[in-house]
Design a protein around this ligand. Structure first.
Ligand SMILES: Cc1ncc(COP(=O)(O)O)c(C=O)c1O
Length: 364
């Protein structure tokens, strides 16, 4: 099977050897294994890795990582928390502070059904604290712990790194449920590693005093920090665990910005050429097949090929060589929001077989 050099070709990317409906989400397990090994090596041991499952949302990938020594995961939605616990993980951090009773209630229910697993919620507000307190007083589950979420300058969630955060830690400690701190510095995306190092160092300087004060008052100074652009820049004595997520499949973005980590493309969208015109071809993967959350020209790897247009079910790209019926492997710029569009994946196992495997798709 032939793919045009200029679209989606990273080395010898593996294409299915059987007829496949397109568009299809394809996962390559040799590459996932490679990425896991590189990620563990970058942080000095699997015990420091608490990977976010939002990227893949696949129960079998949780199992796979447990088999390779991962013992804790991060999740964003209640459905992801349920998936991680059902897959047998010993610990899940629900990295999504909220005060919404039904959402907290659903995670509490999952904790109740898995009494041997530790379930950790995040708090960044008095309202969130009050709701957790309320639900835990009615259902005092011993396996539920709470962390304070800190805003490292991203401006998304997290308490300011000040006395306000310490006050939340004190209150959680009074409930005897304080598990430490959480911080996601996903706003750091500079391709220049030295700039990333300097930005992470600034955050480390700010958080150090808070963690030390918390340790003095509560006896716990644990911090979970980092995403794929920063995890390797957090030293183990400051962030015991780090939480990248998109490393698992990597992406076009990582290939461009983080080459020193040596990750390989572990997932792509297989698409067919359905129509050819004068200098352009039309692919059967549009914005319902590849995430449209990036600027249009950068949504999937082009290697010089220009994306001319993207509609719901079609993309038009410049090409003089592709012809109707050709298959192309499109490497998304953002793997997480692309995987989410598929409730199953075509997986190339490490023994070279191709299997259809489930993932949550857009279940919340
Ligand atoms: C709270 C949190 N932690 C970890 C991650 C993983 O980061 P990355 O996608 O950079 O690997 C994310 C991603 O959005 C996140 O929101």
């Amino acid at each position: 099977m032939k793919i045009e050099d200029s679209i989606g070709l990273y080395g010898d990317i593996k294409l299915p050897d059987q007829a496949v409906d397109t568009p299809a989400f394809v996962i390559l397990m040799d590459e996932v294994q490679h990425n896991l090994e590189k990620t563990i090596k970058a942080i000095g041991g699997v015990q420091r890795l608490i990977p976010h499952v939002k990227t893949h949302r696949a129960p079998w990938l949780v199992n796979y990582q447990i088999q390779h020594g991962v013992s804790a995961f991060k999740a964003a939605t209640p459905r992801e928390v349920e998936m991680v616990l059902d897959a047998g993980a010993p610990e899940v951090v629900w990295a999504y502070p909220t005060a919404t009773p039904a959402n907290i209630g659903r995670v509490m229910d999952a904790a109740k059904q898995h009494p041997h697993a530790k379930v950790v919620g995040l708090i960044d507000s008095a309202a969130g604290l009050a709701e957790w307190k309320n639900q835990l007083s009615r259902s005092p589950l011993l396996n539920v712990r709470l962390r304070v979420d800190l805003d490292p300058g991203m401006g998304r969630t997290g308490a300011p790194m000040s006395d306000a955060a310490l006050e939340l830690a004190r209150s959680i400690n009074e409930m005897e449920r304080f598990d430490g701190w959480h911080l996601y510095d996903g706003h750091i995306k500079d391709p220049d590693r030295d700039i990333r190092i300097a930005k992470v160092a600034e955050i480390r300087d700010k958080v150090r005093g808070l963690v030390a004060a918390g340790l003095r008052e509560t006896g716990c100074g644990d911090l979970i920090a980092g995403g794929s652009y920063s995890f390797e820049l957090w030293p183990a004595d400051e962030a015991a665990r780090v939480s990248p997520g998109s490393w698992i499949f990597s992406s076009w973005e990582h290939q461009a910005d983080l080459p020193h980590l040596g990750w390989q493309v572990g997932a792509y969208v297989l698409s067919s050429v359905v129509s050819a015109h004068d200098g352009t071809v039309t692919l059967d993967a549009g914005s319902k097949a590849i995430s449209p959350d990036m600027p249009m020209p950068t949504r999937f790897v082009g290697g010089g090929v220009k994306i001319v247009a993207m509609k719901e079910e079609h993309s038009v790209v410049e090409s003089h060589t592709l012809k109707v019926g050709d298959l192309v492997a499109l490497v998304p710029r953002h793997a997480c929001t692309t995987a989410y569009l598929y409730d199953k994946a075509l997986v190339r196992t490490q023994s070279g077989e191709w299997q259809i495997r489930p993932q949550l798709g857009n279940e919340r």
